[in-house]
Design a protein around this ligand. Sequence first.
Ligand code: KDG
Length: 333
Amino acid sequence: MKHTLLAAAAAALVLGLGPVAAQDIQDRVIRFGYGLNEDSVQGRAVAFFAEEVDRLSGGKMKVKGFGGASLGSDVQMQAALAGGAQEMMVGATATLVGTVKEFGVWDLPFLFATSVEADAVLDGPIGQKLIGMLPDRDLVGLVYWENGFRNITNNRGPITTAADLEGLKLRVMQNPVYLEVFTALGANAVPMPFSELFTALETGAVDGQENPSTTILSSKFFEVQDYLTITNHVYSPWIMMVSKSWWDTLSADEQKVLMDAAIASRDFERLDTRAASAKALDELKAAGMQIVEMPPEEIAKMRETAQPIIDTAIDAFGRPLYDEVMAELAKLR
Ligand code: KDG
């Protein structure tokens, strides 16, 4: 080993590459689970992360992506990471609220108005403060990715008013705010893991669902859904996480490789999802979906109906945190 390092250092000096820092990096295989398809924003970003980790570790750290919820749902993977049975995952912050209640702030309807706001707050001190709450639950958060602004699809008919949600059997994420907001709007809200959603739509077990347009496209929901209504009713983040028991076995060099690759993958994913989102509506229209926008006055009715549920959620995770987020947003607006 010593001779190898000396040879590398000599070669680097000859080539003018400067001293080669000896890195404490072992051969490792890292199982990285995610819920969307391999050919999705999530899948492409995991592949990018894997390439970055391979490059930064000199080929020693190998990330194996497992898409399509093949390692389980978001909630199941969170448990696997906490138990040390899986190394990494990316999933919705909305499904973390049962583990760290403060993560409920990110999925409040109508919290963020733009991706610029979301990036600034999530990557800023408040986003990092919440990430700092994860190690107590045996999880390590690295970065936030963008899932995106969520829209409603269904098979019953065009939804152009808040009242049109009445009686709609709507799948929602496993999060109390989503459940209670759509229930208050008159829908028959059904919490369900993402991995069961396509079949539920295909069989008619549910009439509709809500997700960003990029997910509606990459998950081929257009094959089983006729109508799309643009509501942008909530900005939904993803979070990349590591098993803390495994993270603690890594050297500082190995942790830096993962962190540096995570930051690069965050920037890649946000560019990719925003480019994909700009094209998704045209592609969904070409695939046969009827697309309408919810008029502003109807969005206002949705916000009014949602407000009591939002207030209850804020009290549950703590109004000071909400006020801190709103103060940050006020600086940006
Ligand atoms: O595993 C898939 C989830 O990470 C993500 O897509 C969550 O938006 C989500 C949904 O509707 O479940």
